[in-house]
Design a protein around this ligand. Structure first.
Ligand code: UDP
Ligand code: MG
Length: 309
C-alpha cells in the first residue's frame, strides 16, 4: 500500500533533523508499504524549508514541500497536505514528535482489521496542569454538545483511508475542524491509546488565542445547542421574573412594606444583562461563521510546491 505522512510545520527548523531521522527509521521497518512525506510550511519565518531540504536525503522516498504565502494556521495546513497527498492511507502528525511515528505500525495493524479511521487517544499529557484541565474540559463539553460522534482526548494525529480524506478535502467548510469532519464522515473508527510525550524541541506554536479559536470552531461548527441555550436561559429568567413580580405585587398591595429593594434590582440587572450579552455573543459566533462561509475565500494560498529530489 502507498502511505502518505502529512506534517504541518510552523517555525520548526530546530526539530526537523530528528523528525526526518525517526520517520526514516520507522518507514524503513515498515518497508512492505511505499511511503511519501508531505510537509506543509505554514508561513514559517525561520529556515524550516531550508532545513527540510538539507536533511531530505535521510528519508528514502518521495518528499514534497507545500509552502504557504503566510501563516494560515494548522488546520488549513493539514488540509493542504491532505490535498497534496496521494496515499491509500494518510497519517497526520505534528512536527514536534509529540505524535510519535513509532506508533504507525500498531495503527496500521488496527486499520487492517477493517477500520477507516484510527485516531490516537491521549491517555496522559505532559503539559502544565491548567492546560491539561482545559483540554479535558473542552473535549468533554464538545462531546456533550455536538450532534456527531466525537471521541474525547483525540486530536488530528492518526490515520485515515483515502475515502475519508476525500470527504475532508471536499467539505467546503470555511471554519475548519478536521477531526470533527473525520468523525462526521462515518465509517468504522477506532482509537489507539498512547501517552503523549513533551515536545522534542522548542516551544508550542499554537498560541492561546489559536487554541481557543480551534476549540470554538469545534463547538460552534458541530453543534447548534448553544443557540438553544439562549432560549433556555431566557425562559428560566422570564419564569423567575414572573414569580418575583407576583411576590412584589403582594408585598406592595397587602403587606405594604415595600423595601428599598436595591439588592434585588442589582441582581436582576446583572442576571438579565449577563444572559443577554451571552446570548448576543452566541449569536455573533454563528453569524461570524455564516459570514465567513458566504465570503468563501480560499483557506490558504500556496506560494510554491516543491517535490524534493
Ligand atoms: N502549526 C502550524 N501552524 C500554526 C501553529 C502550529 O502549522 O499556526 C504546526 C506546528 O508546527 C506543529 C503542529 O502544528 O507541527 C502542532 O503545533 P503545536 O505543537 O504548537 O501544538 P500543540 O502541541 O500545542 O497542540
Ligand atoms: Mg505540540
Amino acid at each position: 500500500m502507498k502511505i502518505s505522512i502529512v506534517i504541518p510545520v510552523f517555525n520548526e527548523a530546530a526539530g526537523i533533523e530528528l523528525l526526518i531521522q525517526r520517520l526514516a527509521k520507522v518507514t524503513a521497518q515498515l518497508s512492505s508499504h511505499t511511503w511519501e512525506i508531505v510537509f506543509v510550511d505554514d508561513g514559517s519565518n525561520d529556515d524550516t524549508v531550508d532545513t527540510i531540504t538539507k536533511y531530505r536525503h535521510l528519508f528514502h522516498g518521495p518528499l514534497t514541500i507545500v509552502e504557504f504565502s503566510r501563516n494560515f494556521g494548522h488546520q488549513p495546513a493539514l488540509l493542504a497536505g491532505l490535498q497534496q497527498s496521494s496515499g491509500d492511507i494518510i497519517f497526520c502528525i505534528d512536527a514536534d514528535l509529540q505524535d510519535p511515528p513509532e506508533l504507525f505500525g500498531a495503527m496500521l495493524e488496527k486499520q487492517a482489521e477493517g477500520f477507516d479511521v484510527v485516531y490516537a487517544v491521549r491517555k496522559t499529557r505532559t503539559e502544565s496542569w491548567p492546560k491539561r484541565w482545559a483540554y479535558k474540559l473542552f473535549y468533554r463539553l464538545q462531546a456533550y454538545l455536538t450532534e456527531i460522534p466525537l471521541p474525547v482526548d483525540a486530536g488530528d494525529f492518526g490515520l485515515v483511508t483515502r475515502r475519508v480524506a476525500e470527504i475532508m478535502i471536499h467539505s467546503a467548510d470555511k471554519d475548519l475542524f478536521l477531526r470533527g469532519l473525520r468523525g462526521w464522515s462515518g465509517f468504522r473508527q477506532t482509537g489507539y491509546e498512547y501517552d503523549r510525550p513533551a515536545r522534542a524541541v522548542g516551544q508550542a506554536k499554537y498560541s492561546f488565542v489559536k487554541l481557543l479559536r480551534l476549540a470554538l470552531s469545534g463547538l460552534f461548527g458541530f453543534s447548534s445547542l448553544p443557540l438553544k441555550f439562549a432560549t433556555g436561559i431566557g425562559m428560566i429568567s422570564v419564569g423567575g421574573c414572573m414569580i418575583y413580580g407576583i411576590y412584589a405585587l403582594i408585598e406592595k398591595l397587602f403587606l405594604g412594606s415595600t423595601p428599598a429593594g436595591w439588592t434585588s434590582t442589582v441582581l436582576l440587572i446583572l442576571f438579565l444583562g449577563g444572559t443577554q450579552l451571552l446570548s448576543i455573543g452566541i449569536l455573533g459566533e454563528y453569524i461570524g461563521r455564516v459570514y465567513k462561509q458566504l465570503q468563501s475565500r480560499p483557506l490558504f494560498v500556496v506560494k510554491k510546491t516543491t517535490a524534493l529530489e
